[in-house]
Design a protein around this ligand. Structure first.
Ligand SMILES: *Cc1c(COP(=O)(O)O)cnc(C)c1O
Length: 396
């Protein structure tokens, strides 16, 4: 008999009822150190007091009015995003894949309105992930996500990851945009080097294409800059955001330059919940905290500490781990043994990690994880790795 919840998830047999910072707690009081943060969502940890206060205050005033009326907190959040990024304008969604939907529509409408309606194709890369909507799965194009769901939304051209020489020959009269994650998350924490991002910007400029970044996972402070592409010194025309921007409240957005957004006039797109007062109240607080220079510098410092300790862990357990990869607090352990075994061994040590493609285990802790919890994480991962190889040397 089908379960009462549609069985699309492979869940771990854990049921958390409370969260505190980097810890998740089961009904019986068992505590787990959370290095997944709800898949890079709870950027300030669980039940972060400033976010609880922002949400509670808004909840006592107004929950929802729809976009038929002005929403002051939405305006405030848009202004903060515009002030802190390349963007001139923002549309609010409730999730990453909804941001993908608009990014695709915006790119096509741009060329339609410029009198080039044949330019509809968007170039994407192997290992990418853009969510589970019809546009999202067609954009990523992997068999695992698209099998059985045809006919797929047309207009996506899939290229190998980080093969710059393959891109220019793939650009034709019908190409509209290039869509890429500056750091691939689901694909296995693959960092696109700055020189590649610059190369993509140059190609787009040369051919009059729009450059779209998916920073749903790597954005909002995760790499130690507010957005990951800032390290490269170049900017996209359109950017998808979600996950961390709501700190745990469902919130996403699409950022764009005035030019890229020029086709999106009144009536061309909409969302009932997008930019609702509750989400935007929390989003404003997240932005206030995460866009602060000292906060971001501390993310970089914590990332340095974590990475150094992880390098030691890998060196002590070469039978389990191959390498550390990633940027900032978006880290991956490339595994020798199946990554599912590493995640399971972590559960036994009460430390939560997240599997990813390419046999990688993801570590995406809260951006404000205390240093002591980083050291605790290393000691639990060390115990997990030792258990996997049936005992062994301690890493720390
Ligand atoms: C999670 C993710 C998405 C999809 O976000 P949802 O909120 O699950 O729809 C899109 N792109 C990237 C890079 C992601 O990590």
């Amino acid at each position: 008999m089908i379960p009462s919840i549609l069985p699309t998830y492979n869940r771990a047999p854990l049921n958390f009822v409370k969260g505190e910072g980097s810890w998740l707690i089961e009904e019986d009081g068992r505590r787990y150190l959370d290095l997944g943060a709800g898949i890079a969502v709870n950027c300030l940890g669980h039940a972060a007091p400033p976010l609880v206060d922002a949400l509670a205050e808004q909840a006592g005033q107004l929950w929802h009015t729809s976009n038929l009326y002005g929403i002051p907190k939405q305006q405030a959040l848009a202004d903060k995003l515009v002030a802190n990024t390349f963007a001139d304008t923002v549309f609010f969604t409730n999730s990453g894949t909804e941001s993908c939907e608009l990014a695709v529509k915006m790119a096509r409408k741009y060329f339609h309105d410029k009198g080039q309606p044949e330019r509809v194709d968007i170039i994407t890369f192997a290992g990418s992930f853009h969510g589970r909507s019809s546009a999202g799965i067609a954009a990523a194009g992997s068999e695992k996500m698209t099998h059985g769901f045809g006919p797929l939304l047309p207009g996506f051209v899939h290229l190998p990851f980080a093969d710059h020489d393959a891109i220019a020959p793939a650009i034709t009269d019908t190409t509209a945009a290039i869509l890429v994650e500056p750091v691939q998350g689901e694909g296995g924490i693959n960092v696109l080097p700055d020189v590649c991002l610059k190369g993509l910007r140059d190609l787009c400029d040369e051919h009059g294409l729009l450059l779209i970044f998916d920073e749903v996972q790597c954005g909002v402070g995760r790499t130690g800059k507010l957005f990951a592409h800032e390290w490269s010194g170049i900017a996209p025309d359109i950017m998808m955001v979600a996950k961390g921007i709501g700190g745990g409240f469902p919130l996403g957005c699409v950022l764009a330059t005035e030019d890229a957004a020029s086709g999106m006039t009144a009536g061309t797109h909409g969302s009932t919940y997008g930019g609702n007062p509750l989400g935007c109240a929390v989003g404003c607080k997240v932005m206030d905290i995460v866009s602060d220079r000292d906060f971001l510098a501390d993310v970089g410092r914590k990332a340095g500490l974590f990475r150094q300790k992880l390098e030691g862990l890998v060196a002590s357990h070469p039978e389990v781990f191959e390498e550390v990869r990633g940027a900032g607090l978006m880290l991956g352990l490339k595994c020798v043994v199946p990554n599912t075994e590493v995640v399971a061994a972590g559960l036994a040590e009460q430390v939560l990690t997240v599997g990813a493609g390419d046999n990688v285990v993801r570590l995406l802790p809260a951006l404000n994880i205390p240093d002591g919890d980083i050291l605790e994480a290393i000691s639990r991962l060390d115990a997990a790795a030792s258990a996997l190889k049936g005992g062994g040397d301690a890493a720390v």
